[in-house]
Write a protein that binds this ligand. Structure first.
Ligand SMILES: Nc1ncnc2c1ncn2[C@@H]1O[C@H](COP(=O)(O)OP(=O)(O)OP(=O)(O)O)[C@@H](O)[C@H]1O
Length: 256
């Protein structure tokens, strides 16, 4: 198992007497694509911040690659994390933004790092943008740069928090196609937060339904659809049935 979380508990400061979650368990295998869906405020982003090492849980275990559970400081930098806002630095070019992970690690020469980033820019359909500044790019391009920067850190586990949430339907559709192709060739494990149920079904092997509060084992749904997947799948009866089931279960879990 690449990621195994057991009995996680977390509360923000005293103002919130209720824990965000009190006994949360979940897991992800190497190469799996997993979406997390759930009502706004149920704790999805908080869970990502804990896994990434930005927040320390009150209790519980987070094991990565079967190693003993690490504290937050030791997890920091070992997991690729793309927060909801792209956080590209406006005063840096695309290339310099993408070099940030290398600047933190300096695990190879700068020339090698630049060459690697140029290869990725090409693969991400961003060739020719390396000298541009983030504000000169479209929303879809910015998200691809942010994802590239997350990938450039070289971690096996990627946490993507609503990466396409703010994009229009057509751009989103293009990025789905692109992400499916890219992920197919990378062997990375992805945890993906979304409010878009069709997006979750199209991309994922499994979906966790988060309710927050005192839930124990998260409800999950296996997306048993063949790969490679494409958008036409949305109109097929098997997909529509899964969408109905997911919506029903989500509704039930929220009103439980
Ligand atoms: N820094 C903070 N201090 C105090 N409470 C917080 C903080 N960040 C989040 N919360 C609270 O914790 C709960 C979970 O928030 P979180 O952002 O994890 O939810 P979410 O499921 O990601 O929501 P959304 O889908 O709207 O992004 C919410 O009740 C929120 O108000």
């Amino acid at each position: 198992m690449l990621l195994s979380i057991t009995d996680l508990q977390y509360s923000f400061a005293a103002a919130h007497s209720q824990p965000v979650f009190s006994k949360l368990s979940m897991e992800a295998s190497q190469g799996e694509f997993i979406s997390l869906v759930g009502a706004s405020g149920c704790g999805k982003s908080t869970l990502f911040k804990i896994i990434a090492g930005l927040l320390e849980p009150a209790s519980g275990n987070i094991r990565i690659s079967g190693l003993p559970s690490l504290n937050a400081a030791s997890r920091l930098g070992k997991i690729g994390y793309m927060p909801q806002q792209d956080l590209l630095l406006p005063w840096r070019t695309v290339l310099d933004n993408c070099l940030l992970p290398w600047e933190l690690k300096r695990d190879c020469s700068k020339e090698d790092a630049v060459q690697q980033i140029r290869g990725l820019l090409h693969r991400f359909g961003l060739a020719g943008t390396e000298a541009a500044y983030p504000q000169e790019l479209s929303g879809g391009m910015r998200q691809r740069v942010a994802l590239l920067r997350t990938l450039a850190a070289g971690n096996d586990l990627l946490l993507l928090d609503e990466p396409f949430g703010a994009l229009d339907a057509i751009t989103k559709r293009e990025l789905h196609r692109w992400l499916l192709e890219l992920w197919g060739g990378l062997g990375k494990t992805v945890l993906f937060i979304t409010h878009d149920l069709e997006e979750a079904l199209l991309l994922s092997d499994r979906i966790y339904l988060m309710t927050g509060g005192s839930c124990e084992r998260l409800q999950e749904m296996t997306v048993d659809l063949p790969r490679p997947r494409h958008y036409q799948l949305n109109y097929q009866p098997q997909f529509i049935a899964l969408r109905e089931e997911l919506e029903r279960r989500l509704h039930e879990s929220i009103n439980h």
